[in-house]
Design a binder for this molecule. Structure first.
Ligand SMILES: *Cc1c(COP(=O)(O)O)cnc(C)c1O
Length: 463
């Protein structure tokens, strides 16, 4: 109430009034950009801050307007903004995993902008199925009879378990009871899906006879899980999917194979280690195979279930399927991504995940030498910047122990944590990794060198 009794230009503390700030040049410009309502609110907040501060500084109207403007600019800066992923982990779950192909971006944009024939059969004019758009492609690329799509692979696994093993037993090797970061732990997922977990074998060795002994009338599923993010080495034994499928079928049970990352194509073609392909898993006799859309496949987040037609049908009838379905935007992006696999020769140039993974260390080294001087100019004096070899990893629980030779910038000096923070606060945050007293910027995933260097101009001075 006090403010109402103040003069029009200054308030109690000698601060400019809201009106005066809005009339100042910078105040007018701020209101033009952000709208009057938001600007008034920001100006009030700024004035309140000055009133509350112990410092008796008396900013003029322009200064208050400028502070309010910065406040609004910060407010408008998305926390979900693009970053330079220089961590060396190509599929970084915390950085959004796969970067999509341009074809997928275009398809998604089109689907966002327009009405699409999502569940509409254009031939008959009757209701269609949203999965119909992808079924053909998925079957073509995996050799499966049928396919269905859900929100992510975790959802795919839950749906398979809930459909075939609710109030029934699921047999899993003790060596495959995985945790995929955070809250995806196989035993917990089973419980939530209503399935009873029957663990067989030991951590390092599980035999066919272990599964055979556990199979019985209560068995809903035999589940084989790809140990995506760890590897058991040494004295070990696991049962091949093909033998497990035969055993399950003898007992009239189904084999579900959770591949995790799964890939549609043999990565050995690009000099990477072999990761089981979905087609192999299908060929080996699994009735159902589940895998992710945004891991090695290089598409948007999604979970795929492919397999026998009579095994997919009950999944589609499960009411949970409706709760886990995928929207038109992602379906469009998935379809465009899958199409790229029809032309493997061009895949590495148009699918960013594969482009990044297959980049040769020598090419990355050339990038490092090209940009090192510019980075050195920005950080020079305080830090040393040198091109240096390093190792990238694939990430997202694919090929967990394999690394790929790469190159990066090794930054050394006092205050690396602080520097890492300043880099994260850039307009396009730069995320590297600190190891052995070195801030390492792995350049494997750097596509825009000029943009990277331009961005550095906004680096705040060292404190
Ligand atoms: C990654 C992974 C999952 C979970 O997949 P999301 O797509 O992240 O939901 C499940 N199982 C395995 C074996 C995995 O590697």
């Amino acid at each position: 109430m006090r403010n109402h009794r103040q003069s029009k230009l200054t308030s109690l503390h000698g601060l400019p009034s809201v009106d005066a700030v809005l009339r100042a040049d910078s105040g007018r410009r701020t209101a033009e950009t952000f709208g009057r309502t938001r600007t008034v609110k920001a100006v009030r907040a700024t004035l309140a801050q000055h009133r509350a501060s112990a410092l008796r500084d008396m900013p003029d109207a322009d200064a208050v307007a400028n502070t309010a403007r910065r406040l609004l600019e910060r407010e408008d800066m998305s926390s979900l903004r693009p970053v330079f992923n220089l961590t060396g982990t190509v599929l970084h779950t915390n950085l959004g995993r796969a970067v999509l192909a341009e074809a997928a971006v275009e398809a998604a944009t089109k689907a966002m902008r327009h009405a699409v024939a999502l569940e509409f059969d254009l031939g008959s004019g009757r209701r269609g199925e949203r999965d119909d758009h992808l079924r053909g492609l998925l079957c073509e690329l995996t050799g499966a009879e049928d396919a269905t799509i859900v929100n992510n692979n975790a959802a795919a696994v839950v749906l398979v378990l809930n459909t075939f093993a609710r109030d029934r037993e699921v047999i899993v090797s003790r060596g495959e009871l995985i945790e995929i970061g955070g809250s995806f732990r196989m035993p917990d997922i089973m419980a939530r899906a209503g399935a009873r977990l029957i663990e067989v074998g030991t951590t390092n060795r599980t035999h066919l006879k272990d599964y055979a002994a556990a199979l019985g009338p209560g068995t809903g599923l035999v589940l084989k899980v790809h140990t995506s993010n760890y590897r058991i080495e040494g004295f070990r034994a696991e049962v091949a999917a093909s033998r497990l499928a035969a055993l399950a079928h003898e007992h009239a049970a189904l084999l579900a194979h959770d591949l995790g990352s799964g890939t549609l194509i043999d990565l050995a073609r690009w000099g990477l280690a072999h990761e089981p392909t979905v087609a192999e898993a299908v060929r080996n006799g699994a009735d159902l195979v589940t895998f992710s859309g945004d891991k090695l496949l290089g598409g948007p987040q999604a979970g795929f279930i492919v397999g026998r037609r009579d095994a997919i049908a009950p999944i589609n009838r499960n009411p949970l399927k409706r709760a886990l379905r995928v929207d038109k935007i992602r379906l469009a992006a998935i379809e465009a991504t899958l199409r790229l696999y029809r032309d493997p020769d061009r895949l590495a140039s148009c699918l960013p995940t594969l482009k990044h993974l297959s980049r040769q260390a020598g090419d990355i080294e050339a990038v490092a030498h090209r940009i090192a001087p510019a980075v050195s100019r920005v950080l020079g004096g305080v830090f040393t910047v040198a091109a240096a070899p390093c190792k990238s990893q694939i990430g997202s629980g694919a090929l967990p122990v394999e690394t790929v030779a790469s190159f990066g910038l090794a930054i050394r000096g006092k205050g690396l944590d602080e520097l890492a923070k300043r880099l994260r606060l850039l307009p396009i945050p730069v995320v590297g990794r600190i190891e052995r007293h070195t801030l390492l910027l792995d350049l494997r995933c750097l596509d825009d060198e000029a943009g990277f260097i331009g961005n550095l101009a906004a680096l705040t001075p060292a404190p």
